[in-house]
Design a protein around this ligand. Structure first.
Ligand SMILES: [Zn+2]
Length: 688
């Protein structure tokens, strides 16, 4: 018979074995001899207890603990971002289902169980917290024998399931608690991952109940955002949140792209600013919850109450923001329910939370205009300003006529992607359709960049679209002073952004302005792929937001032409948050009755496709434009399947339901204007 003391020692040995295997797991550079010392003591303790030598076993365990705490002090006091990245992915960390069961009472999973599930990588269920009903939703990585959960990479169906659960929470007026733990969304295009994330962003903004999010492990880019547009964000101090994986970031800064070194990985991890501390400093996270020094493990029962308190505090804080008489901590049953009048306040707070995130430069003139724009929104001031504004508008129109477009963007003077060089290009379909080589000036001047034989659409630059879509001389750019910077001091990016500015003559990748399309006044947004691949950064996010505000104010429809590689990696998590900001802007616009036509040209990718580009009321695309969530090599690596060359072509995207129509470039303007006319879109009539 084992006596009680022996039983306790056995338990201690088991716990120590767990700690030891954890150390080996996270492999953060602890020397082998230190690990060997731990192993030796543990082995001796085991041998002793088998022979009922309790005292020796106890001594050995004490020694084990002493060595362990030395290791803790030496190697865990100051962790590098790469070490945090390793810890965040440890098998022994608690996962969503652990928190669901340990932090809450009565957790009941709904919408599928284990592998019998639309998407086992996303779990959701009702639970109780401090006597209140809540909806718990999160990425679930599962254990080592649960491959069916794909390591927490949710499918679009899983993200849809999360939204359905949020809507259910809304029905019962109970708060939503989400747990973020994903390396990213599953990148197969068949079910439209990017478009689903965009939809999730829009719908989360409109959610009429408090939403608190906890980043518990991996905060992988768009996949995280799919359930993370919240009112209050908690992050564990050994979790990460990033726009791209460290290896992806390293590929960007590596000198030799074929041989990524350890140094490249370290630098990428530093530069991307992925830690909780960074996210807090950048205004993305509201509270950091400290884990045990070596990182939290499933068996750390003391940690769950700590997180529980943080979640309760967070929900109290959200409630107190919409209800001035609510005292945090005073909560009783149903204390987080909202009254009807509190919902618009919640949405307004949510909007302004994301509005503030991002760093860019702006000039004085834009700041003054912005200031007046803000004042103009106030109703009584509005009534004073209307006559003044009308006369200013009339003056501008008069001057515009006089100037014959001199202050319009000089589109045709901009260089083309394929310059008007005296050379011939080969159509990519030559071998299939036997197309003849085309002389470059003829291709762009006569054929609009379309192969006359097979209809292949060569990539245009955005200036060509500014020539092509608005009526001649009607495009008037606004918010020209907003300028991209290097907000994270990303290595070498100052120079890259300087080159982008001098090459394009622009301050950021986005161009916004007023235009007429066959006489219909619209607000237009263009993205220039030549400026840092047309990526979405803080400046672009702000410009888009302001364009939307103008469109709402002046009740004009929005036509946006996209040409972008995605979110701007060098702006890290700030770029990620621009996806939220732009999606909120579109949701606001639609709420106000606005009508948005989105045009996806070659290329429309990743973060841009996973936000505002996919939120158009109508989405048009150009033939053979590349439209997708991830780069094709990322897809090959992740899903281990080879995909055809046209896998992300507009035609296939349309067949999957991601695009409403693929429109020949020659018909683009007439199609847009027809769609605007259908809504009798003359100025105000375009609004509902
Ligand atoms: Zn051709």
């Amino acid at each position: 018979m084992m006596d009680l003391r022996e039983k306790i020692i056995y338990q201690q040995i088991e716990e120590s074995l767990g700690k030891l295997s954890y150390l080996k797991d996270i492999a953060i550079g602890i020397p082998a001899e230190d690990i060997a010392k731990l192993e030796k003591n543990l082995k001796e303790a085991e041998d002793a207890i088998v022979n009922h030598k309790n005292m020796i076993a106890k001594n050995k365990l004490t020694l084990f603990e002493e060595i362990f705490s030395l290791i803790e002090d030496k190697y865990f006091s100051k962790l590098t971002p790469r070490q945090i990245d390793l810890i965040s992915r440890s098998e022994q960390r608690p996962k969503t289902l652990d928190y669901a069961r340990e932090v809450f009472e009565d957790f009941e999973e709904i919408k599928g169980f284990e592998s019998n599930n639309v998407d086992p990588a996303m779990v959701c269920g009702f639970a109780k917290l401090k006597g209140n009903d809540v909806m718990v939703i999160g990425h679930e990585k599962g254990g080592f024998d649960e491959d069916f959960r794909r390591g927490g990479s949710a499918l679009p169906q899983g993200n849809q399931k999360a939204i359905q659960a949020m809507k259910l929470a809304e029905k019962f007026n109970i708060p939503v608690v989400t747990f973020v733990d994903t390396p990213g969304s599953w990148p197969l295009e068949e079910f439209l991952p990017a478009q689903r994330i965009a939809k999730n962003l829009e719908m989360q903004y409109l959610l009429k109940v408090p939403h608190i999010s906890v980043v518990i492990g991996e905060g992988g880019s768009g996949g995280a955002l799919a359930i993370d547009l919240c009112d209050y964000r908690i992050m564990l101090d050994k979790a990460y949140y990033s726009v791209i994986s460290i290896s992806g970031g390293a590929a960007i800064i590596a000198k030799d792209k074929r041989h990524i070194t350890e140094d490249d990985l370290d630098r990428a991890a530093e530069n991307l600013r992925i830690t909780a501390k960074d996210a807090y400093e950048l205004g993305v996270v509201d509270k950091i919850v400290e884990e045990p020094k070596i990182g939290v493990r499933k068996s750390d029962k003391d940690f769950y109450p700590v997180l529980k308190d943080a979640i309760i505090d967070g929900l109290d804080i959200i409630k107190s923001k919409v209800s001035p008489f609510f005292i945090p901590g005073s909560g009783s049953k149903n204390s987080w329910r909202l009254k009807k009048y509190q919902v618009p306040i919640l949405l307004r707070k949510r909007k302004s939370k994301y509005r503030k995130i991002g760093k860019y430069h702006t000039n004085l003139s834009d700041r003054i205009k912005f200031f007046f724009g803000e004042i103009y929104r106030i109703r009584w001031i509005h009534s004073i300003f209307v006559p003044i504004r009308k006369s200013i508008d009339a003056f501008i129109k008069m001057k515009a006529k006089e100037a014959e477009g001199t202050f319009l963007l000089e589109a045709s003077e901009q260089p083309k992607v394929l310059k008007y060089e005296d050379r011939w290009v080969e159509c990519p379909n030559t071998t299939i359709h036997g197309c003849q080589d085309i002389w470059v000036p003829t291709l762009f001047e006569e054929y609009n960049g379309i192969c006359p034989n097979c209809g292949y659409h060569f990539r245009l630059i955005i200036d060509n679209y500014i020539d092509l879509i608005p009526d001649k001389g009607t495009f008037r750019e606004f918010n020209t002073g907003i300028e991209s910077i290097n907000p994270l001091n990303f290595d070498g990016f100052d120079e890259k952004i300087r080159i982008a500015k001098s090459k394009t003559g622009r301050k950021c990748a986005m161009i916004t302005g007023y235009a007429h399309i066959n006489g219909i006044p619209v607000v237009m947004v263009f993205t220039d792929v030549r400026f840092r691949a047309g990526t979405l950064g803080s400046a672009e996010g702000e410009k888009f937001y302001r364009a939307i505000k103008r469109a709402i104010r002046e009740k004009k429809p929005l036509v946006a032409v996209h040409q972008s590689g995605g979110a701007r990696i060098e702006e890290g998590i700030l770029a990620l948050m621009q996806m939220v900001k732009t999606s909120i802007a579109v949701a606001m616009f639609k709420q106000a009755g606005g009508y948005y036509i989105s045009v996806e040209t070659d290329p429309t990718m990743a973060g841009v496709l996973a936000s505002y580009a996919s939120l158009g009321d109508i989405i048009l695309a150009e033939p053979n434009a590349q439209i997708g969530f991830a780069g094709i090599h990322v897809i090959h690596q992740t899903v281990k399947q080879k995909k055809p060359k046209n896998y992300q072509h507009a035609e296939l995207v349309m067949s999957r339901g991601g695009v409403d129509a693929v429109v020949n470039r020659n018909n683009l303007k007439s199609t847009i204007s027809r769609l605007l006319m259908l809504r009798k879109a003359k100025g105000r009539e375009c609004f509902v």
